[in-house]
Structures are given as C-alpha cells and as structure tokens.
Design a protein around this ligand. Structure first.
Ligand code: AMP
Length: 282
C-alpha cells in the first residue's frame, strides 16, 4: 500500500499510471473503515484497475463542529483493512492543502431536490461534499468511483456532478448497504453507541421493513398516518426521528396517487445524540 499525502505526489502517481495505460478506481472515505466500506473495496477489487482510497474527514460537510471534532479515527486498523483488500494507494490529503482555494470552485446551483431530506437539516453539508469530491476527481481522474447507497442522496448528487462536470466519463458504482446482524446499517458513528443503543437503533430498520410490507400489500396506504404511528412507536424507545419520508428514488419527488413504482423510504434519526440515516427500496 502506497501512502500519499501531498497533492503533487498524488497527481504524479496518477499521471504515471495513465501513461502506462492503467485505469484508476477511486473509493472516497472519511476513514474509520468498517464492513460497509469493505464492500466498496471488494467491489472495486472485482476489476483490474489501480485502486485508490482517499481518506479525509472533510470539515466542510459537518454542520456541527462537535460532530466533526469527535469523528472517530482509527488509522492503524484502516491501513490493515486496505492492505487486506489489496488497495494500491491511500491518499490522505493534508487539510490546509486540500482546502486551499476550495471555495473558489465554481459551483453550479445544486438541483432543488438536494435541499430536502439531509439537505434541509444539515445546512451546507452537500455543498461541502460536492467541493471535496470535485477536488478528488480532478486530482485523481478516476475512470470508476464507488459510493454506498446508504448515503443515497449523496449518491444521486455524485451522479449529477459526473454528468454536469465530467461529461459522464466517470462510471459511478452504487454499492448496497451493509448491515449488522440486527439490521442496523453499518456506520462509523455506530462506534459512538453502546451495544444496547445499537440494538435499539436497529428498530428503525425493522420499522422501515414493516412500512415497506404495508405499502406493498395495500395500495390504499395512507403514508401520513403510517408515519405518525412509526414515529410514535420509535419515540417510546428513545429514538427521535428527524425525517421519515416516502419519495421517488429518481429525484426525491413526492409520491402521486399511492404510486408503488421506484419508491424509497428515507429516515434520519437521533439516538442518545448520535445522528444516523438509513433508507430502503420499497
Ligand atoms: P464515509 O466514510 O462514511 O464517508 O463513507 C464512505 C463511503 O462508504 C460512502 O460512499 C458511503 O456511502 C459508503 N458506506 C458507508 N457505510 C456503508 C454501509 N453500511 N454500506 C455500504 N456503503 C457504506
């Protein structure tokens, strides 16, 4: 595993690969790697490209300074996971260097649908992701990049960026959400919870599955009523729902006339001060 921290060295490394005719796969992360990340690494391993993982805890995408400061860090274990998965290069940019001039990046307005769900509750979050992903794509020039469906709204934004700024030349691979045995979506933030809190958090996923079954079984479903019951049920367990929405998976538009095609349930919630998100296809 080659570890690179300077942008110039990373560009030189990538240019030398391109000169040799090698293609690059990029897996962007914020570190504290778990089995969800490993799914992205193993999918990347399925093709012969040179595999680069970026690890950068991007302050621009945190709307809560304490969330940023307390973001878990486990570099030694991250490196062994990357080695185990035969990743060729780890790009760990230095904050000052990667953020230098980043606010001058010309931003087209993000589509309106980026202002709902997490875009509504985490001010500036997606613009922060947008800027760093633009910079990573420009430095590394991948032909393939891997993102998780767990962060579904982020995934849709990345598809938009690739279309608007990179002429659709970067292939985006969307990876399924990896879950703990109890159903809780794996997340670096899960480390901040006790075992029993993680168990309680898993009831949100169970609730999503139950909602899905009801919606599929009964075309006359009333989502507003179903949502209220779910929120009440979960709040008794100490779970505070930030949003719970049933929307189109293509553009997050509201569902017309109890449609049952391309639907997704999206949720964000707090448990003991830890904010988590999840979604499922219906
Ligand atoms: P993060 O380090 O949280 O920024 O995540 C890096 C990438 O891993 C993103 O594309 C995430 O969507 C993806 N990811 C995080 N958790 C999971 C998971 N449980 N299953 C699949 N992909 C995930």
């Amino acid at each position: 595993l080659k570890i690179i921290t300077s942008i110039k060295d990373q560009k030189d490394y990538c240019n030398s690969l391109t000169k040799k005719g090698e293609k690059i796969s990029l897996i962007p992360t914020m570190g504290n790697l778990h089995e969800g990340h490993e799914k992205l690494l193993s999918q990347a391993g399925a093709i012969k490209n040179n595999k680069i993982v970026s690890l950068f805890v991007n302050p621009l995408q945190f709307n809560d300074i304490n969330d940023y400061k307390n973001y878990p860090d486990s570099i030694d274990s991250d490196i062994s996971i990357l080695e185990r998965n035969k990743i060729d290069c780890l790009f760990m940019p230095v904050e000052n260097e990667i953020l230098k001039g980043i606010n001058e990046i010309q931003c087209l307005r993000l589509p309106d649908y980026m202002n709902i769900l997490c875009g509504k509750y985490r001010e500036g979050h997606f613009l922060g992701v947008f800027k760093i992903v633009m910079k990573l794509f420009e430095i590394i020039k991948p032909s393939v990049a891997y993102f998780g469906k767990k962060d579904y709204q982020q995934l849709i934004m990345i598809n938009y960026i690739v279309k608007e700024y990179f002429e659709d030349k970067i292939k985006i691979v969307a990876c399924d959400t990896i879950r703990e045995a109890n159903g809780l979506a794996m997340s670096s933030r899960n480390n901040k919870m006790t075992k029993s809190q993680r168990n309680i958090a898993s009831f949100v996923y169970k609730e999503l599955v139950a909602l899905k079954e009801i919606i599929k079984a009964d075309r006359n479903y009333n989502f507003k009523e179903l949502r209220k019951i779910s929120i009440d049920t979960l709040s008794v367990m100490g779970i505070k729902i930030e949003y719970l929405e049933l929307l189109s998976s293509n553009d997050f538009s509201e569902i017309q006339k109890n449609n049952t095609d391309n639907l997704m349930l999206f949720v964000a919630f707090y448990i003991s001060g830890v904010r988590l998100i999840d979604n499922i296809e219906v």
